[in-house]
Design a protein around this ligand. Structure first.
Ligand SMILES: [Zn+2]
Length: 131
């Protein structure tokens, strides 16, 4: 092979490697975005499950309070236990909402999960300081 042909071949091979690298990079990025969307989707399902569990506990608390009103007082320990379960469920919901926001490229309150703007100092949902 003459020198010119060899040079041309080298340049074609180099360009092909660069294009291959760019395509691989784009595929990797697309893969990461897809993985993030899938994770956000799974977290969304968890969030809905937690919401349903929280709603069920709130209904139980309501029934306990109404029973108390009707003269059949619920044991204070049982009521407190339900309220603490609700606290725990809401804390888990906030963490999941924050993870979803992070996966979607946004920012969220670590306390309540409300979406936050990049320059917010305090949460628009709960008013607590954003870290
Ligand atoms: Zn908040």
């Amino acid at each position: 092979m003459d020198e010119r042909s060899q040079d041309l071949l080298d340049r074609v091979q180099k360009a092909a490697r660069q294009m291959g690298g760019a395509a691989a990079g784009a595929a990797q990025l697309a893969g990461k975005k897809t993985a993030a969307l899938l994770s956000a989707g799974k977290l969304g399902l968890q969030a809905r499950d937690l919401e349903a569990q929280t709603a069920a506990r709130l209904q139980e608390v309501g029934e306990m309070l109404y029973a108390t009103h009707c003269g059949d007082p619920a044991p204070a320990g049982a009521l407190l236990e339900k309220l603490e379960e609700i606290d725990a469920l809401r804390a888990r919901s906030a963490r999941i909402a924050a993870q979803i926001a992070q996966l979607q490229g946004g920012r969220a309150c670590p306390h309540c999960g409300a979406p936050a703007r990049a320059d917010d100092q305090f949460c628009r949902g709960c008013g607590r300081r954003l870290t």
